[in-house]
Design a binder for this molecule. Structure first.
Ligand code: NDP
Ligand code: 2IT
Length: 448
């Protein structure tokens, strides 16, 4: 519910213009609701239509991607890139390859990215892209041909000082390599146009680990400040088993937590002894297999069909690290009933808004994605710095910078939560305002 006429009017117009774009409207509504208190205090915002200007992407490109599969058949997919806001730096954000990808999903991710990148304090604007291409079951050569075709259009829209894509769902080191190779071939330039690159051609140490590690660094600060506790001795449930989930597990475990469950889109595994992460890495990173294979390799572990059942497992800390809207109000209530004290978002917008509000009202720690998963893009920013300097930092140096950035993001979002939030646990409002302030000021300074 909006409190001001200005917010009400702007959102109504947005709904009309973007009818049916469920995820985009969901993300926009959450942001507008939580920043209207700040906006109301600053009359310039309404006078200069900052909210309308902030919500409208600077550019949105949709294109055709045709490629040939291993059987020699032609395949047609749809590619996207949204260049959302460049007030504080070149557009920056990942590429997602998943059959569900559409304009709404790309725009919600792009909008979130604007505020997330601002929170990192690094000079990065927000963008996002991807395709409805489904990488599951494709051979390496099919992935390569798709990536080459995708980049054959994307290259004209990006550049190291214009727009720097990276990975997201379905895009890891393999895909970034093929995309980089094609960009280099077309432009005849070796530049830091993508992040998440391999270590032999300009990648940064610790980028692979960064989102999951960063999530735990943020969670650690929140546990300390809001509940005077830590990961030590806590039972942790992590959804997903991709890049973010795996390294969230690694760091949560090293901080003393016990991760007992992980999932993929088919189902979840439960291992009461604590998940053996080496087995998960072998299945997911090396063999690109399914999470259910874990129970064939580890005695005593259980597999359950259906990924959403994971929230019925008793835990202290829940970390949704798979995808948007994977945790609803009923599931949040189940978590709380079972004694959960913290829900820490690794995925983008994994918690439905009603569920997030329920958690905050009930003083459960809720770490909003745009703050707690910002470690990935922050380390991408550090990769860009290293590329510009033409040198590379050690793992320890990058990890230390990542840690400091996450502590800083927590402090910034906590400070605004205390000033503008519904209570001190309202890091959602805190993160939105902390991220928005800098973007809005830069937009005001630069004129229309
Ligand atoms: P991966 O592709 O490595 O892994 C994705 C995981 O989520 C897989 O286990 C996948 O299962 C599961 N998943 C994907 N889509 C769905 C779905 N529709 N329903 C249920 N499960 C699903 O991606 P990442 O780990 O990189 O990304 C996970 C989340 O983190 C995303 O929301 C992403 O936007 C976000 N994120 C990623 C960052 C990064 O640096 N990589 C940075 C910040 C946020 P399956 O194999 O069955 O599809
Ligand atoms: O959602 C995200 O922040 C990412 N997928 C990472 C983006 C990046 O540019 O590293």
């Amino acid at each position: 519910m909006f409190k001001t006429e200005y917010a009400k009017r702007v959102y109504a117009e947005l709904e009309k213009k973007n009818a049916g774009e469920k995820e985009f409207l969901q993300a926009a509504k959450e942001i507008v609701e939580s920043i209207e208190g700040y906006i109301a205090k600053n009359p310039k915002m309404e006078q200069q239509k900052i909210l309308e200007r902030f919500l409208e992407p600077e550019r949105f490109v949709q294109f055709k991607v045709v490629w040939v599969d291993d059987k020699g058949e032609f395949q047609v997919n749809r590619g996207f890139r949204v260049q959302y806001n460049s007030a504080i730096g070149p557009y920056k954000g990942g590429l997602r390859l998943h059959p569900s990808v559409n304009a709404s999903i790309i725009k919600f991710l792009g909008l979130e990215q604007v505020l997330k990148n601002s929170l990192t304090t690094l000079p990065m604007g927000g963008g996002k892209g991807g395709s409805d291409f489904d990488p599951k079951g494709k051979s390496d050569n099919e992935i390569m041909r798709f990536c080459q075709s995708f980049m054959t259009e994307l290259y004209r829209h990006i550049g190291p000082d214009t727009d720097v894509p990276a990975g997201d769902i379905g895009v890891g080191g393999r895909e970034i390599g093929f995309l980089f190779g094609q960009y280099k071939r077309i432009r005849d330039e070796f530049t830091g146009v993508l992040t998440g690159k391999g270590l032999t051609y300009g990648g940064s140490l610790a980028r692979t680990q960064a989102t999951g590690y960063g999530l735990c660094y943020y969670a650690q600060e929140a546990l300390k400040a809001l509940k005077n506790t830590s990961f030590a001795g806590k039972t942790v449930v992590i959804s997903g088993s991709g890049n973010v989930a795996i390294y969230a597990n690694e760091k949560a475990t090293s901080l003393g937590g016990k991760v007992v469950a992980m999932s993929d889109s088919n189902g979840y595994i439960y291992d009461k002894n604590g998940i053996n992460l080496d087995v998960v890495k072998q299945i997911k990173e090396v063999e690109r297999g399914r999470i259910k294979e874990y129970v064939e390799r580890v005695k005593g572990a259980e597999y359950h069909e259906g990924c959403r059942g994971i929230w019925s497992i008793k835990c202290d800390i829940a970390m949704p690290c798979a995808t948007q809207n994977e945790l609803n109000l009923e599931e949040a209530k189940t978590l709380v009933k079972n004694g959960c004290i913290a829900v820490c978002e690794g995925a983008n917008m994994p918690t439905e808004l009603e569920a997030a509000k329920y958690l905050i009202e009930n003083k459960i720690i809720f770490t909003p994605a745009k703050a707690s998963n910002a470690g990935g893009v922050a380390t991408s920013g550090l990769e860009m710095s290293q590329n510009s300097l033409r040198l590379s930092w050690s793992f320890e140096e990058v990890d230390q910078r990542l840690h400091d950035i996450m502590v800083n993001i927590f402090n910034a979002s906590y400070k605004e939560a205390k000033e503008y939030g519904s209570n001190d646990f309202d890091l959602l409002t805190g993160a939105n305002i902390a991220g928005f302030k800098k973007v809005a000021e830069a937009m005001l300074a630069q004129g229309i």
